[in-house]
Design a protein. Structure first.
Length: 135
């Protein structure tokens, strides 16, 4: 997959609107738990994120298809110029990278909490079932 396609898939999956598709098991007699992680936000926020991730993909394409084509590893000034461009490029993509890491960490934390809850004594206890039915 290209970086642009990955960014598009990320946005369509995590920033999706509407119903979550049913993930029923093939064999309904088997125990099954599924999760879905979505980020709810304003359409403008999603559009801004799409624009920013598109810029990251463009920067990556610029690196691969332009900067490296002109790069001469035997020329000090070429190395210095590329290093400066890479530093500038890093500053442009750093906020998007940090947001993706934060999204991943949030998902990971939620899954760990869910796992702890499922493994707890209260998950299948009668008291839990009664407490849930009262809410």
């Amino acid at each position: 997959h290209t970086l642009g396609r990955l960014a598009d898939t990320y946005l369509r999956t995590l920033h999706a609107k509407g119903e979550v598709p049913d993930a029923a098991p093939e064999d309904p007699s088997q125990i099954h738990i599924s999760t879905t992680f979505r980020i709810e936000c304003e359409e403008k926020t999603t559009a801004d994120r799409k624009k920013a991730l598109s810029a990251v993909a463009q920067e990556r394409n610029s690196l691969i298809h332009k900067m490296l084509m002109k790069f001469d590893p035997n020329d000090f000034s070429s190395c210095q110029e590329l290093a400066e461009k890479l530093d500038a490029q890093f500053e442009l993509i750093k906020p998007q990278h940090q947001e993706l890491i934060a999204d991943y960490q949030t998902y990971k934390d939620l899954i760990q909490e869910f796992s702890r809850h499922v493994q707890s004594d209260e998950f299948l206890s009668d008291d839990y079932a009664v407490a849930e039915s009262e809410t």
